[in-house]
Design a protein around this ligand. Sequence first.
Ligand code: KG4
Ligand code: ZN
Length: 326
Amino acid sequence: MRILGIETSCDETAAAIVEDGTKIVSNVVASSQAMHAKFGGIIPEQAAREQLASMIPVLKEAMITDFDAIAVTIGPGLIGSLLVGVETAKALALAWKKPLIPVNHLIGHIYANWLTGTPPVLPAMVLLVSGGHSELILMRDHSNIKYLGGTRDDAAGECFDKCARLLDLGYPGGPAVEKAAESVKRQALSVKLPRPMINEKNLDFSFSGLKTAVSSLYASRLTPNSKEIAYELQEAVTDVLVRKTLQAAEKYQVKSVLLAGGVAANKRLREKLQSTVYRLPTTVTLHVPPIQLCTDNAAYIASAAYFNQKTAPWQQVDANPALDLI
Ligand code: KG4
Ligand code: ZN
């Protein structure tokens, strides 16, 4: 079965065809990130206008000739952006008489792990880390997904974005922090940031305090080195994410650990998980999707739709910017 996926929840316009939820036939992503970089963040109205202009060319490039159903992201995300994808998908479903499958963007991210050639064995522990979410999710089955804990304030990506802005590193913050940290030598590091909630038994996170800590460090005359602060910030965020993920995987005795979301593109996070997963039983496998499948795309939307084929009449499919995980 071939599904056409459409994704426009943030500043990307994406279309993809995926076969049987696992094989990518085409995967096209157009981004207006460069335009937003000039302003240090997304301007929602401009993002939606760009998406309107890009939607048809992206669909054409994805060669949407032969497919059985249409999947579209209905939320969460920016309303103007979501509407572009949702209304396009509805029009195509109506005109081509194809079933329409609404998809939650957050669940979609998880399915990047089904597009890599080795599908995870369930139950799985998912660390979903994006610009708006930092969550630990227990996936017992495709239709049995449970939220275990998450951020009480800022998401990991949001923390990177806000701190990068404070440190004048550019936009989007995550890749900017990662790049700035690359040239820093660990031994020479003179700054220290807290690891919020790392020793607490719950599966929650809190990253907003790091922003305040980064801001006062940067303002203090003692350590105005933004690269060193970026390095230590990346260490602090990834230390907490990794520790709690292992804790959760152990507690729920899962068979796989899955990384998902835009922040999963972070090389240090990937490295740390890879080098610590041996602490879990040897039967547990770690799944880390390639970077281009971690950031927003439509292939994981099509995959999520395949494994959860809940079609809906086009009249009942609406964009929902505040859609919850479950
Ligand atoms: O999942 P995503 O593409 O969009 C949302 O659904 O939010 O995630 C975007 C977030 C941004 O906060 C961005 O700074 C972060 O992912 N990000 C990264 C990296 N690449 C993207 N964070 C850390 N390291 C990266 N390499
Ligand atoms: Zn996303």
